[in-house]
Design a protein around this ligand. Structure first.
Ligand code: PLP
Length: 224
């Protein structure tokens, strides 16, 4: 039986608490699939590759709010800055500076989230909590011209152990809270905790996520 994107979206929306933003992760899915979600009222979409984001942004309606969620190479920053309103995956100072430069050149303000690495897997990108707490200083914030740091993004370990998943999300949230009460005190724009995917978003929301990134549950399995 074919997946019904609009039914999947409706059932997901009915279970997400108010105040939690749903990013429909549409990477690897064709424009028609995104249009079905769009027609069901979805406006926030997440993509993970610069060229795919650009192609879809050019083809699909102009009121879509594009988020970039994948690992971003500095040579692709310009493309992403041209289309995305929020980049979830800032994982190095070099990338943050590159986004700031490109956004300033383009005369755009762009939101970013700092990616935290708490999961067990070695290969994941991002700052450890300690690295992030050291990296983000009032001096850093003052030096940014066009980037607004709006929060953090993270993933839990890819395991079946709910206890481990929960403790990963808790660590992401508590790192956000430490930043919020120190260097971002008085910065209302620092308000987003992006965590939770198809299989673990209820735990993420329970642990304080206010933005979930869900792909497979809405669009079905991806064909890479
Ligand atoms: C692909 C992806 C998702 C969506 O994962 P699903 O399991 O399909 O819901 C969420 N976040 C990031 C960073 C991703 O790359």
């Amino acid at each position: 039986m074919a997946v019904s994107i609009s039914n999947n979206l409706a059932s997901l929306r009915s279970s997400i608490p108010e105040g939690v933003t749903l990013v429909a992760v549409s990477k690897f899915h064709p424009a028609e699939a995104l249009m079905e979600a769009y027609q069901a009222g979805q406006r926030v979409f997440g993509e993970s590759r610069a060229l795919e984001l650009e192609a879809k942004a050019q083809e699909l309606p102009g009121d879509i709010d594009w988020h970039f969620i994948g690992h971003l190479q500095t040579n692709k920053v310009r493309k992403v800055v041209g289309h995305a309103s929020l980049i979830h995956s800032i994982d190095s100072e070099r990338l943050l500076r590159a986004v700031d430069e490109e956004a300033a050149k383009a005369g755009r303000r762009i939101g970013v989230l700092l990616q935290l690495h708490v999961a067990r897997e070695e290969t994941k990108f991002g700052f450890t909590p300690d690295e992030l707490l050291e990296f983000v200083t009032p001096g850093l914030l003052a030096s940014l011209k066009a980037v607004e740091i709006r929060g953090v993004m993270g993933m839990a370990s890819n395991v079946d152990d709910d206890t481990r998943i929960r403790s990963d999300f808790r660590e992401i949230r508590s790192t956000f809270d430490r930043l919020k009460t120190t260097v971002f005190a008085g910065h209302p724009e620092f308000s987003t905790v992006s965590m939770g995917m198809s299989h673990d978003w209820p735990i993420a929301v329970d642990e304080g996520s206010n933005m979930i990134r869900v792909g497979t549950f809405i669009f079905g399995e991806r064909e890479y």
